[in-house]
Structure formats: structure tokens, C-alpha cells
Write a protein that binds this ligand. Structure first.
Ligand SMILES: [Zn+2]
Ligand SMILES: [Zn+2]
Length: 260
């Protein structure tokens, strides 16, 4: 299994995953054209995609979902309440491509097993996913304000962990955002801070974890080096200094990498 974060952050998110048998996107939070170009830049093509999995209805995750589904006849997988919440913004979707999933469900799409689990975010019914193929497991966790025991059941020991490291708590508090937005971001239904990301690594990373990607960084309330240093220290503390640590760039794809 290989993956690439095509875009990451409040300006748009998309994660590309492929196996020998097929490929899919998790979220498509930029225009269809931009996603097409990003895939091309890593030597891949939109017309080979088999599905789009949607975590929640926010526009930084769904902006290109409708267009891509209509142009390339792609099935979209989302929870029932997410469907309801995004229906008017993504436009008309062919009935055959509207797939409803439930939290805690295990799906099989092509040769991939996909575990769906709930996240804690200010959206209708947000969720995230663990993708597995044999021993290889990739866990994605962004757009959540807190960590839960239940997440641990899915994410613990994934070979690749893509974890949100949205903001530095002090930078957020001292930064330019209005108070209500600061409260929203750092709330239980907001986003994970660098410290929360450290907590997530302590809980979910194991000696099976060979790769960690920090994602959904805020441009205003974080610094890449701060997020990286934080996570590197935790991995070192845990005796996981050989785990590869990287940061999902905001506007360009991370080179295709093996899940591990
Ligand atoms: Zn987001
Ligand atoms: Zn969101």
C-alpha cells in the first residue's frame, strides 16, 4: 500500500491511497482541477480512482468531491448525517455513487479493508479511517478536538500514522483570531494541538509504527519546526527514533511512500 497527502490544512485536504488493485481519495477539499494536477505531479491519474471517502462536510474536505464524482463516475462514501449536511454544497450525485457508511463499520473496497470510527469535531457526524491490507495499516486522524479510547482500538500500532498537529496552544491564544474562533479550535470539537498530537503518539504509536506524518497544520497558529520538534521528542522518548517523521505540506503532495 502506498499513500500521498496531496494537500493538507484549512485551505484543503486530500489523501491519496493506492494498492496493486486500485486507488482512492480520502476527502477532496480543493477543486477537481487542482486535485487532478496534484495526482499528475506524483505520476497518477484521476481516472484510475475507485472511490472518495469523506470524513466530514467542511469545505476544506469536500470542495471537489461532487465535481470529481460526476466527471469520473466515482462513488462517494460518507455517513448519513454527513450526506445530509453536504448534499446542497456538493451538487447532484448519481444515486448509484451515493454510498452510506456507519461509524464503527468495516468496509471492503477493492482489496482494502477500511475501518470507520467517529471523531470529535463540529460537524454533523465526523469520522475517520484506518486502511489495511494484510499487516499494513494506515491510520488517519485529523479534525478532532480530542482523543477517545475507541480511536485507540483502531489506531494503535498502525504502521503509518497521519496525525493532526493543528496549532501551538500559546500561539493560538496570543494570535490574531477572534476569541470565539480560538475557543472553537481548541475546544473538544475543534482540532488537535501539537501537545495533543504528542499525546496521540504516546497512545497510538508502537514499535510497529514506522512512519508518522503530521497534518492539518495551521498557517497562523503553528510553526512547522515546532510541530516537528514536539513529535520528534516524543518518538525519541518512546524509543521510536527510527520512525520516519514528516509533515504534510499545505499546497503540494508528499512524495508517494510505502505504508510500511
Ligand atoms: Zn479540516
Ligand atoms: Zn473540519
Amino acid at each position: 500500500m502506498q499513500f500521498s497527502t496531496l494537500f493538507s490544512g484549512s485551505s484543503g485536504n486530500a489523501l491519496y491511497i493506492e494498492t496493486e488493485q486500485g486507488s482512492l481519495l480520502v476527502d477532496a477539499g480543493l477543486s477537481g482541477i487542482k486535485i487532478e494536477r496534484a495526482l499528475k505531479s506524483i505520476g497518477r491519474s484521476v481516472d484510475k480512482l475507485g472511490a472518495i471517502m469523506v470524513t466530514h462536510e467542511h469545505r476544506d474536505h469536500t470542495c471537489g468531491v461532487g465535481v470529481l464524482s460526476r466527471r469520473f463516475n466515482l462513488p462517494i462514501y460518507a455517513t448519513e448525517n454527513t450526506w445530509e449536511a453536504m448534499e446542497c454544497s456538493i451538487g447532484k450525485i448519481a444515486g448509484i455513487n451515493a454510498m452510506c457508511i456507519g461509524s464503527d463499520e468495516r468496509l471492503i473496497v477493492g482489496d482494502l479493508h477500511i475501518d470507520v470510527f467517529s471523531t470529535s469535531h463540529d460537524a454533523a457526524d465526523p469520522c475517520s479511517f484506518v486502511f489495511s491490507q494484510g499487516e499494513e495499516r494506515l491510520g488517519l486522524l485529523t479534525d478532532t478536538g480530542c482523543l477517545t479510547e475507541r480511536m485507540g482500538q483502531f489506531l494503535t500500532g498502525c504502521r503509518t500514522l497521519i496525525i493532526e498537529s493543528n496549532h501551538d496552544r500559546d500561539m493560538l491564544i496570543d494570535g490574531p483570531y477572534p476569541w470565539h474562533l480560538k475557543e472553537r479550535i481548541r475546544g473538544k470539537k475543534g482540532h488537535l494541538s501539537n501537545d495533543d498530537a504528542s499525546d496521540a503518539l504516546r497512545r497510538f504509536a508502537t514499535t510497529d509504527t514506522s512512519q508518522v506524518v503530521l497534518a492539518h497544520l495551521s498557517a497562523e497558529n503553528n510553526l512547522p519546526q515546532l510541530a516537528l520538534n514536539n513529535a520528534a521528542n516524543v518518538l525519541l522518548d518512546m524509543g521510536l527514533k527510527d520512525a520516519k517523521l514528516s509533515l504534510a505540506p499545505r499546497y503540494q503532495p508528499l512524495p508517494l511512500a510505502q505504508v510500511g
